[in-house]
Structures are given as C-alpha cells and as structure tokens.
Design a protein around this ligand. Sequence first.
Ligand code: SAM
Length: 239
Amino acid sequence: VNFGDQLVTPEEKTRRVGGVFSSVAGSYDLMNDLMSGGMHRLWKNRFVAKVKPRPGEQILDMAGGTGDIAFRMAANGARVMVSDINADMLEVGKKRAETRGIHGLSWQVENAERLSFADGSFDAYTIAFGIRNVTDIPAALREAHRVLRRGGRLYVLEFSTSEWPGFGELYERYSEHVIPRIGKAVAKDEDSYRYLVESIRRFPRMEQFRAMIGEAGFKSTSVEPILGGLVAIWGGWKI
Ligand code: SAM
C-alpha cells in the first residue's frame, strides 16, 4: 500500500500513520488554522449541521483526534464516543475538553478497521479528515455499517478533488510548496506534513468514494462538495 509516495506493507503504513499523528498532536489544532486559513472551522460547522445530532443520541466520532467534531456534537446534547487509533491525539482532546468544560464525551483507542463495539451500538457514525489515513478503507466502512443501528447514519468529511477549473492546480501548488513549509516552521516536522499532502492527493474523487460507501452496504448515499469538491461531505444510511 502507499504511504505518501512510498510502497510499504499495510502494517507498516498503520504504524507510520501513528508516528505522524503522535508527532503532530501538540501542534495539530494550530496547524489546522494556519493551513486552512481558519476555514476548517466552517467546514466542521457545516458537517455537524448535516449530521444534526440530537439530545441523547449515541454517536461514534471515529478518528476523532483532538475532539473538534465531538465538541460541536456534544453542544447539541448528543453523547459522543470519541475514538482514535492514536492515544496522543486523544490525550490532547481530553485536556481541551476539560479546559472548555465540555461534558458527555467518552474517549477510547480504536482502530477504525476493527472496532470493539457491538453491532447496532450507535445512532450515527462520523469521521472527519480521518478516513484517508486508514489503511483498509473498505474494511472501515463495513465496520461503520456494522456498529450502526438500523436507521442510523454515516457522515464523512474529507478532502477530495475540486472540479472548479483551475482551482485544483492552484491548490496543488499551495499544498506542495506552502503546507510543508508551515509544517517545518511551526510543527518542526516537514515530513509529516508532506505525508498529509500526499494522502490528500491520493484520496478518491467524490463519486468514486460515494460508490465505496454504497459497496459497504449504505443506502441513499449523497455527496455535497465544498469549494468544488476540494473538501466534501458524504452521507449514507443503514436501512
Ligand atoms: N477528526 C479530527 C479533526 O477533524 O480534527 C482529527 C483528524 S486527523 C487529520 C486524523 C486522525 O485519524 C488522527 O487523529 C489519526 O490518529 C486518526 N487515524 C488514522 N488512522 C486511523 C485508524 N485506522 N483508526 C482510527 N483512527 C485513525
């Protein structure tokens, strides 16, 4: 499988992705603001508006990292299980939740490809900027389907490819030249940010990923482009 532009075994990829996020955990939130010019906040707001978390609902926020999505959903009264393969990211998240006085969250280390939760445990499954880092994406989507109850919903927020003429090339240049430099200057970690850029480039196009969600068993799948598809929100239902 690919790790950035290198070929590695699946186990090695999972291990290296772990290394990337342990390395960036401390500077992750600041980096998101710098790299996206603060826009990731708007994308996350839009995402949670689509999920429509309701009071008392049980939601699994997979690859939840430092809690950005979970905090927004808990504000609507949902009970959120924040899961991530990386304990360092979750630690940063727990501290942020304490500082902000956010309640209703549980935290658990989990690999999206093999979840420890029982079938039908959740009303909704969310994953934001996480699925592209997962080694076996079809396996993760099948697990999402398994742990959702009937009538449950899946929402994915991820980078894809913009279909606006010229915009894709502009972004390519930005991501190739600017992001690793910010990574070097701020996070002291150019390589991790090179990996992140490369993983975005390799992620499927909007319709292709929508088909993958359908193949995992989801019905009434949808995709909403943001900035022509540079970022997109996919949805699907377990019926
Ligand atoms: N959802 C958060 C957000 O939007 O700010 C964090 C996104 S961060 C870019 C990606 C996260 O995916 C990291 O915290 C990483 O540890 C996690 N991740 C990568 N592979 C994973 C896997 N196989 N299972 C669960 N989490 C994984």
